[in-house]
Unconditional design. Sequence first.
Length: 302
Amino acid sequence: MTARAHSPGQHDHVLVGIGMMLLGIFVFSLNDALGKWLVSTYSVGQLLLIRSAAALVCLLPFFRRGTLRDFREAPRPFIQLLRPLFATLEVGCFYWALAYMPLADVMTFYLAGPIYVTAVSPLLLGEHVGWRRWLAVLAGFGGVMLALGPSAASLSAPALVAIAGSFLFSLLMVCTRLVRGTSDLVLVTTPTVGALLFGLIAAPFTWVPLDARDTLLLVLLGITAMVAHLCVNRSLKLAPASVVVPYQYSTIFWAILLGYVFFADIPRLGMLLGAGIIIAAGIYIFLRERKAAKELSLMEPP
């Protein structure tokens, strides 16, 4: 009777969690489309400077007494320093590639991030990866190659930068796993500060005068990124990760739609097929990891 009494509320939480994940991915997609539009006029350094400054202003209300202690006592300081480095490099690669490539193409390469994490986890995380997941990793790499295109002419600098960025994103995820005990505020703030410092160094060399409209849009870029992060984090607290994480792949739908509506990008067949393979491999790897974690917990003594 008690389980039945609680099940409707739990079901509602799961539905809200799914809704928050879908909303967060949609806001992230709007953020990416806005970034693509702005990076056609402003440099990556200038974009990161204003975007990060706006994001930090949004984060200020979350700082409280004891926050500085959270930063000082964050575990594994060296990994904490690597996170903003990888985060700044990957977001820089992302926006630079967006200036030259369709939105959906760049997002397709970034969808492969979880596949790269699985590939490097035996070396960097000491995790065992079974043969089924290795096959899924190989299939995911095949999807990346298919999305990239079979001809040598497709090996453009922007495409290679996008792939490098997606690999840096996977290293960021690995570092985040290694410091999973860190507070959410520290995890969000340090990459934002890293991007701000990069912007302070790089932006003056390529500064373009701002008008009022573009200043507001650059500030909006930082605000939407924070809103999207909050939605995704809230989703993971309301519902099991196994339920909501696969909805992250809805990003490719929005990337194709927004790319077509705002930039007249027509998705290539190879990109669509590659994206499908990458998504299928990513979901399979996620489900296998979930099953492996459950089997390991059952083997542990009570």
